[in-house]
Design a protein around this ligand. Structure first.
Ligand code: ADP
Ligand code: MG
Length: 611
């Protein structure tokens, strides 16, 4: 049998979205798992030590490599998956850039053992710093085992930049789940520090979802299945009652590749509209199969974002397919269900995908994006732009209000505190959201939720810096079970969460015991409240300028603030105002929204005089 790997000519190599392929252990995990899938393996085992910092090993029973290919595989732009530019439009494999193994060999000590079934002996190669140290024939099983040791051993700055083991492990589990979910017909296992984390027997999609997301999903899944000439969509959505307070269980795959798409996520959410609470998220695992010429997977170095040639069709299709599924299972019998109208009237759906159209696609915009200009960029979040974003956000708010001629108070807060004593002790609550309090020089309009958020923020922040956070012990310790991804996140947050007064212990198997909660929050549904906290934390997690603790403090104060729309008694309003003006920065929420607006006499006079 011939060798299959070739170097891509520069003309193609230069059109491939460049970027850093290996940023952290989980990026290597993703690339190695995908290579095993591309090699046609039916069994793939991932072995990790120290969250991938000391060892990542992937063992597959796929087609293996010849001796020459095994050596060639580590060259940059060496791939067996594409040969010419047109191949970019019919990619059915996970990889195609020929960069992963080269990148891995540049930053770790790599050992590979590989053997094709037709060969008697396999090949063993050791590479370090991109240099081959050893190469010899070896007796080994069919398939490929790649082990990478001591990631970034030769780039200490990068190594130091890696996060805690719990944090890196969380990313690894995420990537593992994304690949395992997409290929239920393949056996996958994950062993971390000699402990079995996942053991996923081959099966169908439904089996795989339940294996990964938990047994409680079994009775809560609704099948989605629509086929047209343009695209197929299949998979499962959770019944409305399975909607979660955290966004965790949402998976989209396009031609078996996990993708992130706020746009498609919106399509699913809108299909669930009015069936689930506003603050909850539907669960879904959905697969879209579409002609590869209709998507550009070359816009992002890690291929997690893709571009559809026609996004609108895909959106309408996803939304209608989910509505249809929910309606068929008579979860929403009276739903106005519009699959036929919406989808079948689309030209692209009515008319099958012809050779002629394929021709057109190659001269399309999509094709043209394969030029230098549109190549993906490194995903280095820029701290500076982040900061100015917040600043803009704040000053813009202020500008807007000033344009409306309402003054945000700039007088010393102490003055207001003093004059508060002179408030005539009755407060008016407007729309169950605003509080009007008067004093001798005018009145203030307080936003109750913003005000309370500020109060809680300063309390939690102070707590988190005190040696003895105040905790209320639970009478009966509560156990909660989380999804694997949430459990890994919570474990990572435990040290910081405890400074806030939570007493939570890891019990094992994604289960935690809650022994106590912060003294400042009302007890109630602790499981719900922790799920909510994790969800809000995830929204924050791209904000790099805040520490984990600061993010937690912000999330908790937002979460536990009295909501707009809550009726308050006189006493409650009084306490809220007093507490507010005892804060060190009473006039804004931590994120910069005003907590109150002051209306002074002079300003009121102006309002009532002719311009
Ligand atoms: P790509 O996957 O983009 O082609 P990689 O650097 O990941 O680039 O791999 C280079 C080549 O090495 C692949 O095209 C494939 O031919 C070969 N290869 C990599 N991993 C495996 C594996 N586990 N089994 C068989 N062949 C592999
Ligand atoms: Mg690859």
């Amino acid at each position: 049998m011939a060798d299959i790997i070739e170097l891509l000519p520069d003309s193609i190599a230069n059109q491939i979205a460049a970027g850093e392929v290996i940023q952290r252990p989980s990026s290597a995990v993703k690339e190695l798992l995908e290579n095993a899938v591309d090699a046609g393996a039916t069994e793939i085992k991932l072995i990790i030590s120290d969250a991938g910092k000391s060892l990542i090993s992937v063992i597959d029973n796929g087609k293996g490599m010849s001796e020459t290919d095994a050596r060639m595989a580590f060259e940059r732009h060496a791939t067996s998956k594409i040969k010419k530019i047109d191949d970019l439009f019919s990619i059915r494999t996970m990889g195609f850039r020929g960069e992963a193994l080269a990148s891995i060999a540049a930053v770790a000590q790599v050992e590979i053992k590989t053997k094709r079934s037709e060969d008697e002996l396999g090949t063993y190669i050791e590479i370090e710093n991109s240099n081959v140290i050893k190469q010899e024939p070896c007796a080994c099983a069919n398939g490929t085992t790649i082990s990478m040791k001591n990631l970034f051993f030769n780039i200490p700055a990068r190594r130091n930049f890696l996060k805690s083991n719990a944090a890196e492990m969380k990313h690894i589990v995420e990537e593992f789940i994304r690949v395992a979910m997409a290929f239920p017909e393949i056996f996958f296992s994950l062993i971390s520090n000699e402990q079995q984390v996942f053991y996923l027997e081959a099966g169908n999609i439904k089996n795989r979802i339940v294996q990964i997301l938990g047994n409680n999903y079994n009775a809560k899944l609704v099948a989605v299945n629509e086929q047209t000439d343009y695209m197929n969509i299949y998979g499962f959505v959770g019944k409305p009652e399975a909607a979660k307070k955290t966004r965790g269980d949402q998976y989209f795959f396009v031609n078996n590749r996990f993708i992130k798409s706020a746009y498609l996520n919106h399509a699913v959410n809108s299909a669930f509209e009015s069936m689930i609470a506003k603050d909850s998220f539907p669960s879904y695992v959905l697969f879209i199969d579409i002609d590869p010429a209709q998507v550009d997977i070359n816009v992002h170095p890690t291929k997690q974002e893709i571009k559809f040639e026609d996004e609108k069709i895909v959106y309408a299709f996803v939304q209608a397919a989910v509505k249809h599924a929910l309606a068929q299972f008579s979860i929403a019998p009276s739903l106005d269900f519009t699959l036929n109208a919406e989808i079948q009237n689309l030209d692209a759906v009515r008319n099958p995908f012809t050779a002629e159209k394929k021709e057109a696609a190659t001269s399309s915009n999509l094709y043209k994006t394969f030029t230098g200009k549109h190549q993906a960029h490194k995903i280095d979040p820029n701290e500076k732009s982040e900061l100015s974003h917040w600043k803009d956000f704040f000053t813009k708010k202020e500008d807007k209000i000033e344009q409306q001629n309402v003054q945000i108070t700039k007088s010393p807060e102490t003055l207001i505190l003093q004059s508060l004593a002179k408030f005539n002790n009755t407060y008016i609550q407007l729309l169950n959201t605003y509080i009007i309090a008067t004093n001798t020089i005018g009145f203030i309009l307080v936003h109750q939720q913003h005000a309370h958020e500020r109060i809680l923020y300063e309390r939690f922040a102070a707590q988190s810096h005190s040696k003895q956070p105040s905790t209320q012990k639970a009478l009966f310790p509560l156990t909660i079970e989380l999804s694997t991804a949430d459990a890994v996140l919570l474990e990572d947050l435990l040290p910081d969460i405890s400074t806030l007064g939570y007493q939570i212990e890891l019990f094992g198997n994604n289960t935690f015991i809650i022994q106590g909660t912060p003294a400042d929050i009302t007890q109630g549904n602790e499981k719900h409240s922790i799920e909510l906290l994790l969800e809000q934390f995830k929204h924050f997690s791209s904000e790099i300028k805040y520490s984990k603790r600061e993010k937690l403090v912000r999330c908790m104060s937002r979460q536990h603030a009295i909501k707009a729309g809550t009726a308050l008694t006189q006493k409650e309003m009084q306490t809220l105002l007093e507490d507010l003006f005892l804060c060190s920065t009473p006039n804004v929420t931590p994120s910069g929204n005003p907590t109150y607006i002051e209306f002074k006499e002079g300003y009121l006079d102006r309002l009532f005089s002719k311009m």
